[in-house]
Design a binder for this molecule. Structure first.
Ligand code: SF4
Ligand code: SF4
Length: 158
């Protein structure tokens, strides 16, 4: 499965003028004060990821149908809009995914950095759209969380 979310063209952001918020976690986990990818991409996935009676999976009330076997996070159907599960203000401390342990695979598979420490170019582009600073290259000794979308500080890792 591709690690990249599907890119959808969108209108310019009101924050694209470079007046984005401070990004204090940029060297540890930039996702904790970002959330840009959750307000930009169309987040679609196989419908088998939707929770069944056991409750394991993406909550069904938060998804819309995107095809015979495809689902999409509500709000992201056309791209350029916030996911319904995103809480907080883009680029600000405290932004997080309300269903972090149950988020779908495109969210789990979208990294801030590649395995070699290179910033994910798609992450960089969407951060720039919201006026957030570029991520640095990182070394193997850096104490960082590789990220992939904004968890709440109290969220169970998943
Ligand atoms: S993966 Fe990139 S765009 Fe998404 S929240 Fe983290 S830093 Fe922001
Ligand atoms: S990580 Fe959460 S808020 Fe972000 S797109 Fe995925 S489900 Fe939505």
């Amino acid at each position: 499965m591709s690690k990249k979310r599907r890119f959808i063209a969108h209108a310019a952001s009101p924050m694209a003028n470079g007046h984005g918020a401070a990004n204090d976690n940029i060297h540890t986990n930039p996702c904790l004060s970002c959330g840009a990818c959750c307000a930009h991409f169309r987040v679609s996935f196989y419908c088998g990821e939707i929770a069944g009676e056991d409750g394991n999976g993406v909550p069904p009330e938060l998804v819309s149908q995107a095809g015979p076997l495809r689902a999409c996070m509500k709000g992201t159907e056309t791209g350029g809009q916030r996911c319904v599960a995103l809480r907080g203000e883009i680029g600000k401390e405290g932004i997080h995914c309300a269903i972090y342990p149950k988020r779908p695979s495109p969210c789990r598979d979208f990294p801030a950095w590649e395995a070699d420490g290179t910033p994910n170019p798609d992450c960089q582009k969407v951060r720039a759209k919201f006026g957030l600073p570029a991520l640095p290259h990182i070394g193997h000794d850096d104490d960082i969380d590789p990220g992939n979308t904004p968890r709440h500080r109290d969220s169970e890792a998943a």
